[in-house]
Ligand binder design. Structure first.
Ligand SMILES: NC(=O)c1ccc[n+]([C@@H]2O[C@H](COP(=O)([O-])OP(=O)(O)OC[C@H]3O[C@@H](n4cnc5c(N)ncnc54)[C@H](OP(=O)(O)O)[C@@H]3O)[C@@H](O)[C@H]2O)c1
Length: 182
């Protein structure tokens, strides 16, 4: 399998720390141009500095709050006017672990917005460009990373459903969907 991602653009959410940052670094090492998404400018800049650019790639960041779909749309849409993302890593920090009975309604709503709604907003915005690029059948990856317990079951329903819906479209049949949320 050819894992050279030269010329491919990756959008890595929650990419300034933890698992997302490791994904961003690996994708950069494989030659992709990487855009990382998170809220803290300080951590975004620090993570950006850690990305390999041995292939003269261009990396950048998008400061956005994944728990706010309107903010995400407002900031991502202008980027998509001039760029297609071939790789989407759906990921964000949290929600925090804790006893179920001490979780508030707002804890659940925040988890729902930050993970499930954000996943859907991102897929809705990014996948049409993947399709138009005409490269779909060769190099399209759409990864859903770990989710925490609060909304894990919802996300686990969403990801296979998303995969199934896209799988009905022959253009997208070779898309690789994974979700590491077992
Ligand atoms: N670490 C593990 O062993 C593990 C295992 C299984 C599952 N998971 C799950 O995997 C996911 C990532 O975990 P992690 O340990 O890598 O987390 P982490 O180290 O806390 O990193 C979270 C990343 O997401 C960003 N982020 C958080 N909230 C955001 C928001 N509202 N909008 C935009 N960006 C946001 C953070 O940056 P900012 O705070 O600056 O926005 C940071 O870049 C979580 O859902 C976690 O539950 C983790």
């Amino acid at each position: 399998m050819d894992l050279n991602l030269k010329g491919k653009n990756a959008l890595v959410c929650g990419g300034s720390k933890g698992i997302g940052r490791a994904c961003a670094q690996t994708l950069a090492q494989m030659g992709a141009n990487v855009t990382i998404v998170a809220r803290s400018t300080e951590h975004l800049m620090e993570a950006l500095d850690s990305l390999s650019d041995h292939g003269n790639q261009k990396h950048d960041f998008l400061k956005a709050d994944l728990s706010n779909p309107e903010d995400l749309k407002k900031k991502l849409k202008p980027v998509l006017e001039s760029r297609t993302f071939h790789i989407l890593v759906n990921n964000a920090g949290g929600p925090p672990s804790g006893a179920l009975l001490s979780a508030t309604d707002e804890d659940f709503l925040l988890a729902y917005r930050q993970h499930l709604l954000a996943n859907h907003t991102l897929a809705s915005l990014v996948v049409p460009g993947m399709k138009k690029s005409g490269l779909w059948q060769n190099h399209q990856y759409h990864l859903h990373l770990g989710q925490s317990s609060t909304e894990r079951s919802r996300s686990q329903q969403y990801h296979p459903r998303c995969s199934g819906i896209l799988g009905q479209d022959p253009v997208q049949r070779n898309c690789s969907f994974r979700h590491h949320s077992q």
